[in-house]
Design a protein around this ligand. Sequence first.
Ligand code: DAH
Length: 354
Amino acid sequence: MNVSLIATIEKNALEAMGLIKDLETLARFETQFLGRKSELSSLLKELKNLSPEEKRTIGPKLQALREKLQTLHSEKQAEIENNTRDWEVERLDVTAPGIPRHIGHLHPITALEHEVLGIFEHLGFTVAEGPEAETEWYNFDALNFPKDHPARDMQDTFWIVGGGTKIKKGKVLERERLLMRTHTSPNQVRFMEKNKPPFRVIVPGRVFRNEATDASHEHTFHQFECLMLDETGKVSVATFKHVAETFFETFFGKKVTVRLRPSYFPFTEPSFEFDISCVLCDSAGCSTCKQTGWLEIGGAGMVHQNVLTAAGYPKGKYQGFAWGFGLTRLAMMKYKITDIRQFMGGDLRFIRQF
Ligand code: DAH
């Protein structure tokens, strides 16, 4: 076999390759130089008729040329494809706005709760929690509710049928009637039992009432319980007024006046309900404050001695204020929401507005 033939094939192939500009010519090149009927293929087929010595010298040369041409072919193919890409179509505009992805966010009440807790923490309050399924003792008895108080009625309280059974080693130890807590106040006693004054604590939480629901009544809503206790003579109604005003001024970012009105709660003596000057109209009178210039906020008072005794404290040693208020009400004021049922209604169109 003529070795110079191999060199000629290579020379021709390289020349042809140099002229190729598109895929069609490249396909012709492939048929001509690498195809089954190409000179190179015929030479490779003839190899078997050669003497062992010729096979050894010529064989590798033919193989090498074939590989070289194959490599050149794929390189050229990549080059042509690259050159003919439509970059306008494929262009990636990294400055274009992305596809917005809907990620969840906190429920407005939860967000508000965090905000409120933050303010109280700055005022030196500890945050505590308590159970939603509560015993009758903590929810009513320890808070000085008389046995026949109407708040205990089926109409006001969700009682858990058969709840509160404590079982240890297969034996029923005690049965206690459980209920869904109707306020966060049971945590006053729960916290007192585990801590010694002086302390300031705030307990947020969900509370439940067996209500006929309407725009301003809901069976499930959120409250806060605030308790500040110290030795007798150190915490007064003036302390409460100051804490309340500081809280609301920080929360609403403006000057707020707190007004107390005499009231009654079994667990405080004296008791009062309190209002704040209307932050929406600056007390000029608007629909939210019903033209009075005041917004009703919640109940408060000096903790009743019977409550302190129920918590196991010695009589007369400690004194302090307790304060309960509806976080849901605060949210309604802040966002001007007129129907309380929106919050727990589960309608995402409402929730997504926050
Ligand atoms: N627990 C009361 C309620 O839900 C609110 C309340 C009133 C809490 C007076 C207090 C308080 O701590 O001192 O209606």
